[in-house]
Design a protein around this ligand. Structure first.
Ligand SMILES: [Zn+2]
Length: 483
């Protein structure tokens, strides 16, 4: 599953989450005028001379992805150049003399990229098709520059727009949201049955009940690895899902997050949140032997020290981190039993050091009388005792290669989908406003179509154990990146 989970970590969000193509990203910002003393004037005696601001290049991304059409409600991400000091600074966007708003620079997404984000700031309904020039102003510097965007006629908007709209369906477990005219709409009855079945399995495995219906949204595009939990569950569902064919597994994984989050716990470390979801789902992107695969990590030299992984979970190598986390939960449950593990897991609290590893260690001491180093030593011995064969090693190696390749593709050719900075607006707000384009449109250049087709074939081959074929498809994909 796409791992779902990029927990957009607002701490609430458990998860798993660009204009045109990247080529439109950096645009030149004109030279910043610097204050220069009038000729002959003495330099100010006490006022420190500000360092001249160099010419900067800001990036700007628009949403929905791809060409813009009259009627779109356009969002902007303004990304400062590396090293630019954004403290106390903000950006204003104006068009035709009207301000579209002022936004400060702030961390965005799981990766915390610094940017000024304008959600649905430019309502283009009623505008003329053709070029429109927007003025961006940096406050308080006062530096301005312009960007021109071309609106295509509303009549050219791609299918299933303009008729596509949000609809919902109530099943036993869930209120299911989808957009009409999408693959999820076509298969909604099957998806509802699948969700109901997975909810029952999750309740049985966690020994708890959901209590109320789960908001479950099927997304018509890949975001991140294909699933996340936030103020609801979100699962990518489309025939061309290049993040792997694992809808059932993703639903299960995200449902574990949903129910887990409602069982309490002041500080649930990411390593245990994700480890529990993979452990209870019987695998990450598919059902798989977790312990032998985790043991294969050692043989491949890919094991990540627990302290490092705990404190940088979402930025560690994704598949390795999730697998190792699941094995750690399996080890704790096998060693102490579910009840003791669960009591420990629900009793982790923030500590002055501020790190998740320190909080984890404090709870380990309290519940099991041991520190993280001793736990890791026994965990490693436990893994080394697992039987590992070639298929475990090969499948793991290619799974990591597949998702590394997928993320490389996203960074280069589908940046709105890349999990660390995915374009993941508040979808309940999108429903309220009737916005569907942010999820329906995605890059469809020839390179996108070809690479996604290769990824889909690689995923199929990997899932059926055709490792040579899978590797061949991945090699073909990577050739695109070398250019
Ligand atoms: Zn997850």
């Amino acid at each position: 599953m796409k791992n779902h989970c990029f927990l957009l970590i607002c701490f609430l969000l458990v998860l798993l989450l660009a204009c045109g193509p990247i080529s439109s990203l950096p645009t030149a910002l004109p030279a910043v005028p610097t204050a220069s003393p009038s000729p002959g004037a003495p330099p100010p005696a006490e006022t420190p001379v500000p360092a001249p601001t160099p010419v900067q290049e800001f990036g700007i991304r628009t949403h929905p992805d791809g060409p813009l059409y009259v009627g779109d409600q356009v969002s902007f991400e303004v990304v400062p150049p590396q090293g630019f000091d954004v403290r106390e600074k903000s950006v204003e966007i104006q068009v035709a003399g009207q301000s579209l708003g002022v936004q400060p620079f702030a961390p965005f997404g799981i990766g915390g990229r610094t940017q000024a984000t304008f959600f649905w700031a430019w309502n283009t309904a009623g505008l003329e098709a053709g070029p429109h020039t927007l003025t961006l102003t940096l406050h308080p510097d006062g530096v301005s520059w312009q960007e021109t965007f071309t609106l295509r006629p509303a009549a050219e908007v791609p299918s299933p727009e303009p008729d596509a709209r949000w609809e919902s369906l109530s099943s036993d477990c869930c209120i299911i949201y989808y957009i009409t005219g999408t693959d999820a709409h076509r298969d909604i009855e099957i998806l509802a049955e699948m969700a109901d079945a997975e909810a029952l399995r999750v309740e049985a495995r966690l020994g708890a009940s959901f209590g109320e219906k789960i908001p479950l949204t099927f997304l018509p595009r890949v975001l991140g690895h294909g699933g996340f939990a936030w103020n609801g569950l979100y699962v990518s569902y489309l025939d061309e899902n290049y993040a792997g064919h694992a809808t059932r597994q993703v639903i299960h994984h995200e449902m574990v997050h949903w129910l887990d989050a409602r069982q309490g716990g002041e500080l649930r470390p990411s390593i245990l949140v994700e480890g529990l979801a993979v452990y209870l789902s019987g695998g990450h992107y598919k059902e798989e032997p977790i312990l032998p695969r985790a043991a294969a990590l050692l043989e491949l030299g890919w094991y990540i020290p627990l302290r490092d992984l705990t404190d940088a979970f979402y930025t560690s190598q994704h598949e390795i981190g999730y697998l190792q986390a699941a094995a750690l939960v399996a080890y704790l449950v096998e060693t102490y039993g579910w009840e003791r593990f669960n009591a420990f897991y629900r009793d982790i609290h923030p500590v002055p050091e501020g790190t998740q590893s320190a909080a984890l260690e404090t709870a380990l001491q309290k519940h099991f009388g041991r520190n993280l180093d001793s736990l890791e030593a026994d965990f490693l011995a436990f893994l080394r005792a697992q039987p590992v064969d070639d298929s475990h090693r090969t499948d793991l190696r290619l799974t990591v290669a597949f998702y590394d390749t997928l993320r490389e593709y996203q960074q280069q050719y589908d940046p709105s989908a890349y999990f660390l900075s995915a374009w993941l607006p508040d979808i309940s707000e999108m429903r309220r406003r009737g916005i569907v384009a942010d999820l329906l449109r995605r890059p469809r250049e020839a390179v996108n179509v070809q690479i996604e087709a290769l990824l889909i074939q690689a995923d199929r081959a990997l899932r059926s154990g055709e490792y040579v074929r899978a590797e061949s498809f991945l090699h073909q994909t990577m050739r695109w990146f070398a250019e």
